[in-house]
Design a protein around this ligand. Sequence first.
Ligand SMILES: Nc1ncnc2c1ncn2[C@@H]1O[C@H](COP(=O)(O)OP(=O)(O)O)[C@@H](O)[C@H]1O
Ligand SMILES: [Mg+2]
Length: 242
Amino acid sequence: MLEVKKLNKFFGDNHVLKDIDLQFESHKTTVIIGSSGSGKSTLLRCINQLETPDSGEISWNGMTLDFSKKVPKSQSQAFTKLTGMVFQSFNLFPHRTALGNIIEAPMTVLKKSRKEAEEEAMELLRKVGLEDKRDSYPHQLSGGQQQRIAIARALAMKPEILLFDEPTSALDPELEADVLNLIRELAEEKYTILVVTHNMGFARDVSDEVVFVNHGTILAKGSYDELSSSDNERIKQFLSFF
Ligand SMILES: Nc1ncnc2c1ncn2[C@@H]1O[C@H](COP(=O)(O)OP(=O)(O)O)[C@@H](O)[C@H]1O
Ligand SMILES: [Mg+2]
């Protein structure tokens, strides 16, 4: 289980995450929803240690980061390694091919040989349905293809937790489906998955739980059906846009 306890994050005077308590069960998919600026990205970035929380704890299967003290670098790096993150804007290395993007971290961080890294990368390219694009550069790929390469790149580090931050917000609906179907497959493979998305169809069909973030607090957590039948005015108003 991934557990977040009394987590706080400030940017200057801006109190962005306010005593967040959340539990994410292993092998389950949680969809995170909420208005722009509510703290969804910051929450994911705190979990993978792109941001350092100001207080609270994050733990995973017995390993705990306690932000009331200075967290040793080795511990926060272990957490980064545990998590694979996929961003809205793909963030591929523009001057590397699809294959080059996928083998980069396994070679530099995990010290794999080029041969081993390439073999694993080819397997991942097959998995995301882009075997024939191994030598293409990002600018030669559609947004949906770029995002599937970004997912393959994240998987190459063998993470246990997958974090998706609006993975389809930059895509046309047609391309969005390819990416969401891939995430659905990963959910079926029992990764532990957190997805920030505005796609309520995906939330309904794939999520085990939905978390509603509102101004840096958790307003609700439950099944999609529970949230969609909530009496809470804020939740009703938010869902009425979809
Ligand atoms: N690196 C940063 N520096 C300063 N403020 C930030 C930074 N990242 C996010 N914020 C602020 O934190 C708040 C939450 O942002 P974010 O987590 O990106 O929200 P969401 O992903 O829900 O749209 C916003 O007020 C945003 O301006
Ligand atoms: Mg965001």
